[in-house]
Write a protein that binds this ligand. Structure first.
Ligand code: PLP
Length: 384
């Protein structure tokens, strides 16, 4: 069945694909998003957050694209994510946002990864490796806890920690940062409070002789709507991938980068009263036509979309029926359907009318971050 919209697909109908399902990643759109955020930002620098395999988009390619679009550096959560980027030839500073184990100090130094620092143990371990290997002072960013209630130096510890770190010539405190817990909420009171704590800890730090060059605290939400908190660098994640952290936050023109799509691999008539898929949770209420698509929850199509989620196919929305399986899902195409094997199904993004990660998140009672980072490795990413 051919319809007008199929003649200009937003993502390419796949090159020879051994699977019949894939994720198309639009590098130009990603770069446009990075530029939009960079231009909107009051800060000199943008640290592109590419943790969790760049929110499911593929970290090495996204890191490279972000740098080409003007990002100053990239940020990841774990050491191995940093090592993966170094092995892929990324040479910019790489910031590690999460706690790293003390044992990882040699790897940090070898791969030139910049850790979040907030324990004496890690400070000592890095200093020791730098001394033993006669390296230049290793860059670190001090992490301040300002109200997230997670990790970082609490205000009472800052003076002592700073005095200790200031005496370690093997460390170079390049930055200081914190992280907002509620910047995507309508009520910004806790965010303003966090920023006050941040500024006060910063003053303590400076009094103790540490005056880092790069002060940063803004995630996507703050990058988009709190310019007064941009300081020297912003750290957007989600917004670069084209999503707004919350409905009340202006998207600034960023658009989704990824399309999850597949091809119908079977079409069959199902009589009224017949149940389909595991547990027989859905029964046809009329004679109808069912299609299957070779993609499932192991690829990140949430099981919560069973009999709830929709896809865009041949110019209309149709419902996913029965349980989403590990590797396949079923669609109710309706009694008069003319869809055929090989027709393209848009599951997430790619065309305006297809569901996006926000709609999936509503169906699955979660957030777009979890939807994107949950897209599995098995799903081939096709860059275009
Ligand atoms: C994940 C993360 C970000 C990016 O958050 P978004 O809400 O996706 O923009 C920024 N900073 C830190 C410390 C993070 O952990």
């Amino acid at each position: 069945m051919t319809t007008a919209w199929k003649s200009e697909p937003a993502a390419p109908v796949t090159p020879p694909n051994l699977r019949g399902a894939w994720a198309a990643v639009n590098i130009d759109q990603f770069k446009t998003n990075v530029r939009i955020l960079d231009q909107h930002s009051q800060a000199k620098r943008l640290c592109a957050i590419v943790k969790a395999d760049a929110y499911g988009h593929g970290a090495p390619a996204m890191a490279k694209a972000a740098l080409e679009a003007g990002a100053d550096r990239v940020g990841v959560a774990t050491i191995l994510e940093g090592v993966e980027l170094r092995r892929a030839g990324i040479t910019c500073p790489i910031l590690l946002l999460s706690e790293v184990p003390v044992d990882s100090a040699p790897v940090l130094v070898e791969y030139d990864l910049t850790p979040a620092l907030f324990t004496q143990g890690l400070a000592d371990a890095i200093a020791q490796v730098v001394r033993a290997t006669m390296q230049d002072p290793h860059p670190v960013h001090i992490k301040l806890e300002t109200g997230m209630g997670r990790v970082g130096l609490v205000p009472d510890e800052v003076a002592d920690a700073a005095a200790y770190i200031a005496k370690l010539p093997e460390l170079r405190v390049e930055g200081v940062f914190s992280h907002f817990a509620c910047a995507d909420e309508v009520d910004l009171t806790p965010t303003h409070r966090q920023h006050e704590v941040f500024m006060s800890s910063l003053t303590t730090l400076r009094k103790s002789g540490i005056d880092p060059e790069i002060v940063h605290i803004s995630n996507s939400a703050a990058t988009m709507c709190l310019p007064e908190y941009h300081h020297d660098m912003v750290r957007p994640g989600l917004a670069m991938y084209g999503y707004s952290p919350a409905p009340h936050i202006d998207r600034l023109g960023v658009k989704p980068v990824m399309a999850v799509t597949g091809l119908i691999n079977l079409v069959k008539r199902v009589p009224k009263g017949m149940a389909v898929s595991y547990g027989h949770t859905w029964t046809a209420e009329r004679d109808t036509v069912i299609a299957s698509v070779p993609i499932g929850y192991a690829d990140g199509v949430r099981r919560a979309l069973s009999s709830t989620g929709e896809v865009w196919v041949n110019g209309r929305r149709v419902r996913i029926v029965g349980r989403v399986c590990m590797d396949q899902l079923l669609l109710d195409l309706g009694p008069t359907a003319e869809d055929a094997v090989g027709d393209q199904v848009w599951l997430l993004g790619g065309v305006n009318e297809a569901p996006d990660a926000d709609e999936w998140a509503a169906w699955a009672n979660t957030i777009s971050w979890e939807i994107l980072t949950g897209l599995g490795n098995r799903l081939e990413r096709i860059l275009h």
